[in-house]
Design a protein around this ligand. Structure first.
Ligand code: SF4
Ligand code: SF4
Length: 381
């Protein structure tokens, strides 16, 4: 049987980006301590933070609640370096490594990652020589294993793993809802990692919390198989059942969430065929949810005389239609509005509809989006 890095790591990791807070916005340190204690006492070991989380407060909290209180060999710690920050320079970016060591008091990192690689920011990682930099830190014994987290498509992942075969693992966004999603490409990216023999840390297994509260028909499908299992448990167990997984990160915010996660991850067994069939049924149910069936291929955008970001607009609306995330959908639309033309700028020329392989009635959908988001028509005369 194939062996891989981190195979013996318990399959649930504690993501330190949605920690419990007090009313004034500061961390609820007492609650964080309790969660860390409970997590470790249950036999779990993996903690995940990043230089940028909460402007460094997440890393500082690691020192308070973890490294100052537990022997260094009783846990594993992962953090990340971001080359895309405002005002970046090579020197400042490399300095993040030393700062992370100081903030966490960890002495070394078990897992260290180049953070959130994608087409848009890749050049900084190359230009600053950060691949070599991590290799050097490993040689000095300051990193046990290094890799990168990734938010792009399978072609780029394949290229990166071909150009950097010494990267030891990758962190990918994987969940059953995004399994075939053309943008997130959970399945395709996981397959590329497996082909390169790289183990995977999984992030967003519950799709930012959305799969804890999925559309009614999805919930019904899952509850039919096991009325006692939480919807979040299905999502996390699906991810943890994949081959070659080091651990699945869950950004737990309360002790209750942690208890739920621990209840099914403590003696974790990969999902059997009945479970897998339930997930496939949930994926089918998701496809039936009334939404805009855009695959995000972007064939429609290049010919649009108004440069309207059609798939991004549909993604914002689908957040609301599929996931009931009214506010987040509105926020996404507002962000698009700040950058340029949105739905109300459509001229109705039909170029996009001719290009769309899904035969979507794009003009009609854009009109509905404009109305829903209160995007008043621009006077184009
Ligand atoms: S119909 Fe509207 S969205 Fe489509 S190409 Fe023309 S202007 Fe762009
Ligand atoms: S061509 Fe159709 S499916 Fe592709 S992004 Fe545009 S609207 Fe979506």
């Amino acid at each position: 049987m194939e062996r891989y890095l981190g195979e013996s790591t318990p399959k649930l990791g504690f993501g330190l980006m949605r920690l419990p807070r007090n009313k004034d916005g500061s961390y609820d340190v007492e609650q964080c301590r309790k969660m860390v204690d409970r997590f470790l006492a249950s036999g779990f070991t993996y903690f995940d933070t990043a230089y940028v989380y909460d402007n460094g407060d997440s890393e500082r909290l690691v020192k308070t609640v973890l490294t100052d209180r537990y022997p260094r060999d009783s846990f594993t710690l992962a953090t990340k370096m971001s080359a895309w920050l405002e005002g970046r320079t090579e020197e400042k970016t490399k300095r993040q490594f030393t700062e992370s060591l100081e903030r966490t008091g960890a002495g070394y990192f078990d897992f260290y990652l180049l953070h959130s690689l994608k087409t848009k920011n890749l050049a900084y990682y190359d230009e600053y020589g950060l691949w070599d930099f991590l290799r050097e830190q490993k040689e000095k014994g300051l990193i046990r294993h290094w890799g990168f987290s990734f938010h792009d498509g399978p072609e780029l992942l394949d290229r990166l793993l071909t150009e950097h075969p010494e990267a030891e693992f990758v962190q990918l966004q994987i969940n059953y809802a995004d399994w075939e999603d053309p943008k997130v490409a959970s399945r395709a990216n996981w397959e590329v990692a497996r082909r390169h023999g790289k183990p995977v840390v999984i992030m967003e297994p519950v799709k930012g919390g959305a799969l804890a509260n999925p559309p009614r028909d999805v919930r019904r499908v899952l509850e039919m198989v096991d009325p006692n299992a939480s919807c979040a448990s299905w999502a996390i167990r699906f991810a943890a059942s994949l081959e070659g997984v080091i651990t699945v990160l869950s950004g737990m915010s309360t002790l209750e969430q942690m208890e739920d996660n621990l209840s099914y991850m403590k003696d974790f067994q990969p999902m059997d065929e009945v479970g897998q069939a339930a997930i496939r049924a949930a994926q089918e149910a998701l496809k039936e949810v009334d939404c805009i069936h855009c695959t995000g291929c972007r064939y429609c955008t290049s010919g649009c005389p108004q440069a309207i970001p059609i798939p991004d607009i549909f993604a914002a609306r689908n957040r609301q239609l599929i996931w009931n995330q009214e506010e987040r959908g509105r926020q996404s639309y507002e962000n698009l509005r700040k950058k340029g033309n949105t739905a109300s700028a459509c001229l109705g020329c039909g170029q996009c509809e001719a290009a769309c392989p899904q035969h979507l009635e794009i003009i009609g959908h854009l009109k509905e989006c404009a109305e829903h988001f209160g995007d008043l028509a621009t006077d184009l005369s």
